[in-house]
Design a protein around this ligand. Structure first.
Ligand SMILES: [Zn+2]
Length: 279
């Protein structure tokens, strides 16, 4: 039943695509097409301060130029905030989320704590607030983030939690090291962790092909899948493309964008080869 394979490419429209994106998109597209599966395209544009519509249209154009096609409509996350809110409300109703009023400076001051895979682990200050204190701060109009109560979440799922990665094999999930992760930011109604796991489940993605920089976050995603009754897909985290000096390609490196290569007269086949996906 390999025809049931569903992969996706899910960039954020914060800049133009570079060769690293081309590699990731081509890898996911080819895996699906090789077995008659489906390839989906999603724009992860929940961070309104960083995403721009012109980058979104440029992404579609660059991918089509590169020779990729996708199945169905492009899912644009900013059009689905109501769905993410409903998931958050459900978790909050189960007592798994709490409001965090801390500023970045507050958290820095509190921290004598070890650092997790995504930086400093939140010390849990607001988890210990009394309900009346929370109510009073919210009533006063203090803005807040929503954090997952990691201890409560770990107690609410059946263990062991694990996932399969094409490179790493079977991985036992250890989300505890992330601490109380933010699922809704003060400036954004939902976080990356929440939206990506929601959408992969909703869209029936069975294999997630993405950079190894997201392997650590998968530990949190597997926990969310267990909490929300969603299937855990298979993963294929790939190495990141680097430049000649061994530095990771980033959106700031204009020379590596697909549009610059195209403007310089490179053909799609040449760019596919440059991205490490020769025909
Ligand atoms: Zn807090």
């Amino acid at each position: 039943m390999t025809g049931g394979l569903v992969t996706r490419f899910a960039p954020s429209p914060t800049g133009h695509l570079h060769l690293g994106h081309a590699f990731s998109a081509l890898s996911a597209w080819r895996r699906a097409r090789a077995v008659g599966g489906r390839f989906l395209l999603r724009l992860e544009d929940i961070d309104a301060s960083r995403c721009r519509p012109e980058f979104a249209s440029a992404i579609l154009e660059d991918l089509a130029w590169l020779g990729l096609d996708w199945d169905g409509d492009v899912r644009v996350q900013s059009a689905h905030m109501v769905e993410y809110r409903a998931v958050l409300d459900g978790l909050r109703g189960r007592g798994l989320l709490y409001p965090c009023f801390c500023t970045r400076a507050d958290i820095r001051r509190e921290l004598a704590a070890p650092h997790g895979p995504e930086g400093p682990v939140y010390p849990g200050t607001c988890r210990r607030l009394l309900q009346c204190e929370r109510d009073a701060r919210i009533a006063a109009g203090t803005i807040y983030a929503l954090r997952l109560d990691m201890g409560a979440a770990l107690a609410a799922v059946a263990w062991p939690l694990r996932f399969h990665d094409a490179g790493a094999g079977t991985v036992h999930a250890d989300p505890a090291v992330f601490g109380d992760v933010v699922l809704a930011r003060k400036d954004m109604p939902a976080s990356y962790h929440l939206c990506v796991t929601h959408d992969d489940a909703l869209q029936g993605v069975t294999l997630i092909v993405r950079g190894v920089d997201l392997l650590a976050a998968t530990h949190v995603h597997v926990l969310l899948q267990a909490l929300l009754g969603w299937m855990t897909p298979a993963y294929a985290h790939h190495a990141l493309l680097t430049d000649d000096a061994g530095r990771r390609l980033a959106k700031r490196d204009r020379a590596a964008t697909l549009r610059d290569l195209r403007a310089a007269g490179r053909s799609p086949a040449e760019v596919r080869a440059m991205a490490g996906c020769p025909d």
